[in-house]
Design a protein around this ligand. Structure first.
Ligand SMILES: Nc1ncnc2c1ncn2[C@@H]1O[C@H](COP(=O)(O)OP(=O)(O)O)[C@@H](O)[C@H]1O
Ligand SMILES: [Mg+2]
Length: 151
């Protein structure tokens, strides 16, 4: 079975994120890999919505991450601005055990990348089409990818 899911609009991406929120657990670390504009933040928005986060989700700009309160807290990292730095000390020893951690541009901080037990690759497939491929992840997330159909 395929481990890729396609969406045809930002709304569909958020809807897919809401479905993902049903299977994530505290302590999960999900890396989102894909170029600018592929929908990483949009997917984070959907996951946060599904976890009853009420504040609006924007990529952290001057800090490494935001923490949003929800049914499960969401730790949202966006490491885009770390480009060009040879080494980054995040000061963090371990992923938040009580939260779901979502990381955009995970390759820019090796320590965070090693935390990620789930890796989702995002690719543009048209102006409004995006493909989400589960590269690795636990069974519950794999199941969701395998059964997801367009909303
Ligand atoms: N199917 C889709 N899923 C997500 N975003 C889409 C989709 N189609 C078009 N878009 C647009 O692509 C952009 C994605 O932005 P964003 O989520 O911030 O990307 P990233 O965080 O990967 O840089 C938004 O402008 C959004 O409206
Ligand atoms: Mg983003």
């Amino acid at each position: 079975m395929s481990t890729s899911v396609r969406t045809a609009s930002p709304d569909e991406t958020r809807a897919f994120g809401r479905r993902l929120s049903d299977v994530v657990q505290a302590g999960d670390v999900i890396a989102l890999e894909g170029d600018l504009g592929t929908g990483k933040t949009e997917l984070v928005r959907g996951i946060a919505e599904g976890l009853d986060v009420v504040t609006s989700v924007h990529s952290p700009t001057f800090v490494l991450h935001h923490r949003y309160q929800g049914r499960l807290p969401v730790e949202h990292f966006d490491l885009y601005r770390l480009q060009g730095l040879a080494w980054v000390d995040t000061g963090l020893d371990e992923p938040a055990p009580d939260a779901v951690t979502l990381i955009e541009w995970p390759d820019r901080a090796a320590v965070l990348e090693t935390w990620a037990t789930t890796l989702i690759r995002l690719q543009p497939r048209g102006e409004q089409e995006r493909e989400f491929t589960l590269v690795r992840g636990p069974e519950r997330i794999r199941d969701l990818f395998e059964h997801a159909t367009r909303d």
